[in-house]
Design a protein around this ligand. Structure first.
Ligand code: SAH
Length: 408
């Protein structure tokens, strides 16, 4: 067993059970890609078992902080069965579920999503790459699924020095799936779509979107960065009269249109714009357009801490424009999936966007990734998705009829 010795003082994050060892923390020791190593402090004390990645800045990803643990078939079987057991207990209102969420499920670099009877896996670290065969077998046993598609084409692979790989690992057939989320039917393609095909993390936000549309009687909805129309279907299901979906991907919009039809909604209630969101919002402002609800779910604008300042400006711009387009009494659902932008900073950005837009809004709810995307207690990096549900309050009093405002 190879040993990685840390520099003096560099053991602190591991003692707090943070699962990464950066290259700069290592005094000596090396191993092959994905090989299990013993990580020890400068004084030789055991800290963790981890997987070595020779060319990654994150040089070791921790499997276990328990010295008695062996990283073998049994280890992966137990971790995977535990992850699957959590999802079973969550009783998620969908057959599209994240079964394994990397570090937060104790399996650094591994993402597994289930779409009906099809599994999609992303092997994003040298450690899970090395143990791929064991992981595949254990996954199929734990889920009873027979089809497993590999989507190891995310950028994290490059940083680990691993080539992109996609294709069926078990079973075969069409890569298109239809899932049932909150009673809606949503189609996706595990080979072509973003991530593993769909944004499962926004499942609960889409449910709330439908519910808010219904309760607030939101008629005209603008869904920005719509991807395959998850929020579009939600708003239509909530009774929206008309929904505009904007995305810069023609293929995503094509599928969004298909998803609207799959749910039996009249396409006359929809418009799909293959365009840049920022430019479209500016055009709507110039035209004096207004909406009752706006969804803003941009891609990750800050890929790392160095990009925070520029990303903050981009988030502020788009939120300012959206708030200007919101009718009094309207709802904005605004999100950031940049891990480098924390909840507090995001709120500050949106607050200053509201100031600049001259809009008075209050927070009705905070959104985050659905619970099948848990966050490790000692792994704040895992908490990437945050959202605010805002209600535009200024101008509402003028719209109310005379007499008592009767509680519902
Ligand atoms: N809300 C979606 C997920 C959005 S992902 C859901 O619930 O499924 C972000 C989307 O933004 C992607 O589909 C991407 O194609 C799109 N996008 C990225 N940059 C864009 C831009 N400048 N203008 C419009 N769309 C953009």
């Amino acid at each position: 067993m190879k040993t990685i010795r840390l520099k003096a003082g560099k053991e602190r994050s591991l003692l707090r059970h943070h699962p990464w060892v950066f290259e700069g923390a290592i005094d000596r020791g090396r191993a092959d890609a994905g090989e299990t190593v013993r990580v020890e402090a400068a004084d030789g004390r055991f800290l963790a078992w981890g997987a070595y990645a020779p060319s990654s800045k994150i040089r070791v990803r921790v499997w276990s902080f328990d010295e008695a643990e062996r990283i073998d078939a049994n280890f992966f079987e137990r971790r995977l069965r535990t992850a699957v057991a959590l999802r079973q207990r969550l009783a998620i209102d969908s057959d599209g579920v994240r079964l394994v969420h990397g570090e937060s499920d104790g399996l650094p670099g591994l993402v597994v999503d289930r779409y009906g009877d099809t599994l999609v896996a992303q092997f994003g670290s040298s450690g899970v790459e090395r143990h791929k065969a064991l992981i595949i077998d254990a996954l199929l046993r734990a889920t009873g699924c027979t089809r497993l598609y590999e989507r190891s084409d995310a950028s994290v692979r490059q940083r680990e020095g691993l080539p992109p790989v996609t294709g069926w690992l078990r079973g075969d057939g069409p890569t298109e799936c239809v899932i049932h989320e909150h009673g809606w039917r949503l189609s996706l393609d595990v080979a072509e779509g973003h991530k593993t095909g769909y944004y499962l993390d926004q499942r609960d936000s889409r449910r709330d979107c439908a519910e808010l549309t219904r309760r607030f009687g939101l008629a005209e909805v603008l869904n920005c960065y719509s991807y395959t129309g998850g929020f579009t279907v939600a708003a239509l299901a909530g009774g929206a009269r008309h929904v505009i979906s904007i995305d810069s991907s023609a293929a995503a919009l094509q599928r969004a249109r298909h998803n609207v039809e799959l749910n039996g909604f009249d396409l006359a209630r929809c418009r799909f714009l293959d365009a840049d969101v920022n430019a479209s919002l500016r055009a709507f402002v110039a035209e004096g357009r207004r909406f009752d609800a706006i969804v803003l779910d941009p891609p990750k604008l800050a890929p790392s801490a160095q990009h925070v300042e520029r990303a903050a400006r981009a988030y502020k711009d788009v939120n300012r424009l959206a708030l200007r387009l919101l009718r009094p009494g309207g709802i904005l659902l605004t999100y950031s999936c940049s891990g480098a932008i924390g909840v507090e900073l995001f709120q500050k950005i949106v607050a200053s966007a509201a100031d600049e837009a001259g809009v008075d809004a209050v927070i009705l709810a905070r959104h985050g990734a659905a619970p099948d995307h848990p966050t490790g207690l000692a792994f704040p990096e895992g908490e990437y998705l945050k959202g605010l549900v805002l209600w535009r309050r200024d101008g509402v009093a003028e719209l109310l009829p005379a007499g008592p405002v009767a509680p519902e």
